[in-house]
Design a protein around this ligand. Sequence first.
Ligand SMILES: [Fe+2]
Length: 129
Amino acid sequence: MTERGQIYKCKTCGNVVEVLDNGVGELVCCNQPMTLLDAQTEGDKAAKHVPVVEVDGSAVFVKVGELQHPMEEEHSIRFIELIVGDERLIEELEPGELPEATFIVDEKVLAENDIVVREYCNLHGLWEN
Ligand SMILES: [Fe+2]
């Protein structure tokens, strides 16, 4: 059973997928069931991983994290995702870039809904603010 918004990882090859609509089947990669990632919010790695979010009008600025996360080939933030109302916006990042993103969203949507920001670190998994 999969639900919209869930993120799964293959422990063998590192493939990461996000579910776009609910389903009943099990996600499989490399002949193994994929692992559902739970978003982390605290712990000793939180300062470099929990997204820091700032809203100014219709702009949502996101930085990962309070202490800037590395963006090296072997260890980096692969994407930042904003979820607000029915909006789901993803900024994919490459090593060498800053671990930051700016999203533009209707101010009314921002005012009427909770803002959730997630990011995925290839070594330390999924984090949420
Ligand atoms: Fe990390």
